[in-house]
Design a protein around this ligand. Structure first.
Ligand code: AP5
Length: 214
């Protein structure tokens, strides 16, 4: 079996975070989500967070050099020695090239394919638990008690960038800046397409694990 150095690629709302969390739990390797790291920095009003906030709220990408630095630091931690799941990074060809130059390896790139209208449905209904990070969807994955996390009862929140006008910009940014990575990783024989628009999360997960265990 190959090393578990994975990357989740796909449009906003494709289910990258959902699958990355499940894979991290199964293989006991960290989910390295640049979105989560930047949101935490923003919430804690750190220097990084203050720099990133305006880009994130508009649905634009944070400058490459900022993101490359935080991922490089994160991957030095002991828990990432055996493998990792990059979720939301790299997001541009510049980031992907910088990663290669720094010797950060990948063995699988999961390209989760979801049509635009499904992206909009998923993001506008997404809710997150600020305490434990569990993801829900008001329609596809509702909580037992409306608005409260099933695991710890915390009131769920909606992300600032899940507003309709910001979602549309995120989709445009994905097509312009991130979609070129599909060819980039196909050329390197790392890309595996996963149909993620019409299957529930558990089914998408089953398909990914089957590929890993091949
Ligand atoms: P980030 O947090 O990475 O956001 P994103 O890529 O837009 O992706 P999302 O987190 O919105 O979606 P997802 O694919 O993880 O889907 P999820 O599993 O949550 O980035 C946010 C911002 O940070 C960026 O806009 C940028 O500003 C900045 N940033 C981050 N990384 C950067 C980088 N490398 N460079 C520069 N800037 C960067 O699922 C969505 C919903 O759908 C959930 O409700 C879920 O329950 C539901 N769902 C999931 N799978 C399914 C399914 N199969 N069927 C039905 N529902 C499903």
């Amino acid at each position: 079996m190959k090393e578990k150095k994975m990357m989740m690629l796909g449009p906003p709302g494709a289910g990258k975070g959902t699958q990355a969390k499940a894979l991290a739990m199964m293989f006991k390797i960290p989910q390295v989500s640049t979105g989560d790291m930047l949101r935490a920095a923003k919430q804690n009003k750190t220097e990084l967070g203050l720099k990133a906030a305006a880009f994130m709220d508009a649905g634009d990408l944070v400058p490459d050099e900022v993101v490359i630095g935080i991922v490089e630091e994160r991957l030095k931690a002991d828990d990432a020695v055996e493998g990792y799941i990059l979720d939301g990074f790299p997001r541009t060809v510049v980031q992907a090239e910088a990663m290669e130059q720094k010797g950060i390896e990948l063995s699988y790139v999961w390209n989760i394919q979801v049509p635009d209208e499904e992206v909009v449905r998923r993001l506008s209904g997404r809710r997150t638990c600020p305490t434990c990070g569990t993801l829900y969807h008001i329609e596809f994955n509702p909580t037992s008690e409306e608005g409260l996390c099933d695991k710890d009862g915390t009131e769920l929140m909606q992300r600032d960038d899940d507003k309709p006008e910001v979602i549309l910009n995120r989709l445009d940014v994905y097509k312009e800046k991130t979609q070129p990575l599909i060819d980039f990783y196909r050329q390197r024989n790392l890309l595996i397409d996963v149909e993620g628009g019409s299957k529930p999360p558990k089914e998408v997960f089953r398909v990914i694990v089957q590929q890993i265990e091949k």
